[in-house]
Design a protein around this ligand. Structure first.
Ligand code: MN
Length: 244
């Protein structure tokens, strides 16, 4: 049954407002630009998620959000459309019940780690969620060398979800990354600090061998940061308001 606007619960309404704000924060913090997208799983029906129609994230409003099912079809509004790469979201929600928000971006500092042997690893306590090291998705393994690198269908979405495995971040060779979280605030936090970590790692590399966080340190710092997701969110929110 199509969702009627007046029937949307308060809980869903909060998620949708956060989703709009997440679009603006991620642009403001240099993760999204004219491209990329963020979504949230529906709080009442795990087989649905919310995402903007195909448009620049900076311009997204509540009216631009659509509801998608896990086959990647827009179910509301009728005839609505969304991003070509919606299958990134649908297939990850299908394979990871713990994930409630997904960010796909082309954030620039991450790209070098997808195209070289250098692996993205947690360099400081803000990015413990990266785990031991971040997997890299190679689309050629799924469909050979002639693709446009976009996740255009369910098969490619599945193969990307497989590369992600149980990680919180997967890099996409020559394209970007996907970051997941159990909430919008967590996926936004992780997307911003994934970009930060990549920048710091590139700055540290020429100075000498990097002393990365151990697995145990990565886990402990990540658990600590999860207790304080509201603090940076409020600041990023303020910056959005200031930017106008
Ligand atoms: Mn993309």
């Amino acid at each position: 049954m199509p969702i009627v606007k007046t029937e949307i619960s308060t809980m869903t309404q909060t998620h949708l407002s956060e989703l709009v704000l997440a679009n603006h924060i991620l642009v403001n913090e240099g993760v999204l630009d004219g491209f990329g997208h963020v979504s949230v799983r529906d709080p009442h029906d795990p087989h649905l998620f919310h995402i903007a129609r195909s448009m620049a994230p900076a311009l997204v409003t509540l009216e631009d959000l659509v509801v998608c099912n896990l086959e990647g079809e827009v179910v509301s509004p009728a005839g609505g459309r969304t991003y070509v790469e919606r299958f990134i979201h649908s297939e990850i929600y299908k394979s990871r019940p713990d994930v409630h928000s997904v960010v796909h971006s082309h954030s620039p500092a991450v790209i070098p780690f997808g195209v070289t042997g250098a692996r993205l690893r947690p360099i400081c306590h803000m990015s413990g969620f990266l785990g031991a090291q971040v997997p890299v998705y190679e689309i050629r393994d799924a469909i050979g060398e002639t693709s446009d690198l976009l996740i255009r269908n369910q098969m490619l979405g599945q193969s990307l979800a497989q590369s992600l495995g149980q990680s919180m971040v997967v890099l996409m060779r020559g394209h970007g990354s996907v970051v997941v979280g159990s909430s919008i605030k967590q996926s936004v936090f992780r997307a911003i600090y994934t970009e930060n970590n990549a920048r710091l790692q590139m700055q540290a590399a020429p100075l000498g061998e990097i002393n990365f966080l151990t697995d145990a340190e990565a886990q402990a710092t990540s658990e600590m940061n999860d207790l304080h997701l509201d603090r940076p969110w409020e600041m990023w929110h303020k910056r959005v308001l200031k930017a106008g």
